[in-house]
Design a protein around this ligand. Sequence first.
Ligand SMILES: CC(C)(COP(=O)(O)OP(=O)(O)OC[C@H]1O[C@@H](n2cnc3c(N)ncnc32)[C@H](O)[C@@H]1OP(=O)(O)O)[C@@H](O)C(=O)NCCC(=O)NCCS
Length: 177
Amino acid sequence: MNDIRTPRLLLRRWQDDDLVPLSEIHADPTVMQWIGDGRPRSLEETAEEIEAWEEEWDDEGFGVFAVELLGSGELAGAVGLYVPDSPPEIADRIALTWRLGRVYWGQGYASEAAHAALEFALQDRGIDRVVAAPRPGDSASANVLEKLGMTMEGAVQDPVHGHDLRLYTIDLTEYEG
Ligand SMILES: CC(C)(COP(=O)(O)OP(=O)(O)OC[C@H]1O[C@@H](n2cnc3c(N)ncnc32)[C@H](O)[C@@H]1OP(=O)(O)O)[C@@H](O)C(=O)NCCC(=O)NCCS
């Protein structure tokens, strides 16, 4: 995979020196409240997650990007694609995910990175449909999904954590960017 540059961001694969800044993002309860079980993650859990994303890149040819600010080189967070294990309605489909450090919210970075990830999915990987499954209270994610043109198709249940999820999809062959 070649790195992707957007006007303000570099999307790239993970490096060893991303572990500490990503674990700082993962230590913030406000960032993590809508992700998985809603708990902050430790340095060890962050290392495992980066390893899993890198394995997905190697196995699938797509994955979750490290998102770096052009210029300063700061790690702003993680945005990209993964194959969820559950819920069954989306297991084995390709899903969009994102998390940025709180200081990087409200600047359009998540939308800019997600837009690049969808273009990568279609143009580089030939992926024609992508899903996302935010929790109903996660209004920041719903806002980004709607700006990307993803449509809500209904509700599903997360059997692992017992949460309701909203299921969004997009047909990338009709993606207008
Ligand atoms: C979800 C999340 C990534 C969204 O980030 P975000 O910064 O709110 O999203 P955006 O990149 O779309 O930026 C939003 C705002 O930046 C503002 N903005 C400032 N400068 C901008 C610019 N140059 N271009 C575009 N928007 C800009 C806009 O006002 C925009 O708000 P609007 O869409 O209402 O107009 C972020 O809240 C997050 O990391 N949350 C925690 C993790 C999480 O919940 N993940 C989802 C669970 S799967």
